[in-house]
Write a protein of this length. Structure first.
Length: 199
């Protein structure tokens, strides 16, 4: 069923505001579309953690390229295309990386590798460090070894005397806990930052 003209006008207004860098417009667009995009990602990936990660990447991409948005083009289709491209990129990486295939079979979610060095940006050191301190001891050790020191799952497993799949599961849970803590402390305004930090 085609969209009503009033709805189209409202969307075009929001997109125009987004192009001008209005964060409120971005947050409203996130609320309007994130659930639908997330549902599509779940159907494609069959993995909630990975879907959550890619959802953040999709909206980070929207924010970064807001100046290129065509306000007179169907925005939902544009979002779906970005999401599908991220999914295809993810599966191409899995196909190239045999180790990553093994980790995924063990229900892991190692999607974030490109900007891990940005986790402790100066203006957010204290908050993120506080979130890490609140993690259970083993989860904290896994997070610090893999995310901060850059050790592989195998290295962390050897140092801690646990299995690779346990490292993977603990890292997924730790990452989600840190993200949730920062969100609860700062609200929706940090959505873009969290995506940039890949938390």
């Amino acid at each position: 069923m085609p969209l009503e003209p009033a709805y189209i006008d409202e969307e075009q207004i929001l997109l125009s505001q987004l192009k001008n860098g209005k964060e409120q417009a971005f947050e409203q667009i996130y609320r309007l579309y994130s659930e639908r995009i997330y549902g599509r990602l779940i159907r494609l990936l069959k993995d909630e953690d990975m879907a959550d990660c890619i959802l953040q990447d999709v909206f980070l991409r929207i924010w970064e390229r807001r100046g290129q948005i065509e306000t007179n083009q169907p925005f939902k289709a544009y979002l779906y295309k970005i999401a599908e491209n991220f999914v295809y990129d993810h599966f191409r990486r899995v196909a190239r990386d045999k180790k990553l295939q093994v980790k995924l079979r063990a229900i892991t979610a190692e999607y974030y590798e490109q900007t891990e060095e940005n986790i402790f940006k100066k203006e957010n050191d204290a908050l993120i460090a506080e979130a890490i301190q609140k993690l259970p001891t083993q989860r904290q050790k896994v997070f610090l070894l893999c995310r901060v020191e850059g050790k592989s799952y195998e290295e962390a497993a050897g140092l801690l005397g646990i299995s690779v799949s346990t490292v993977s599961n603990q890292l997924v849970k730790a990452t989600k806990s840190v993200r949730a803590y920062v969100l609860s402390a700062n609200g929706m305004a940090l959505t873009i930052l969290l995506a940039a930090l890949q938390l």
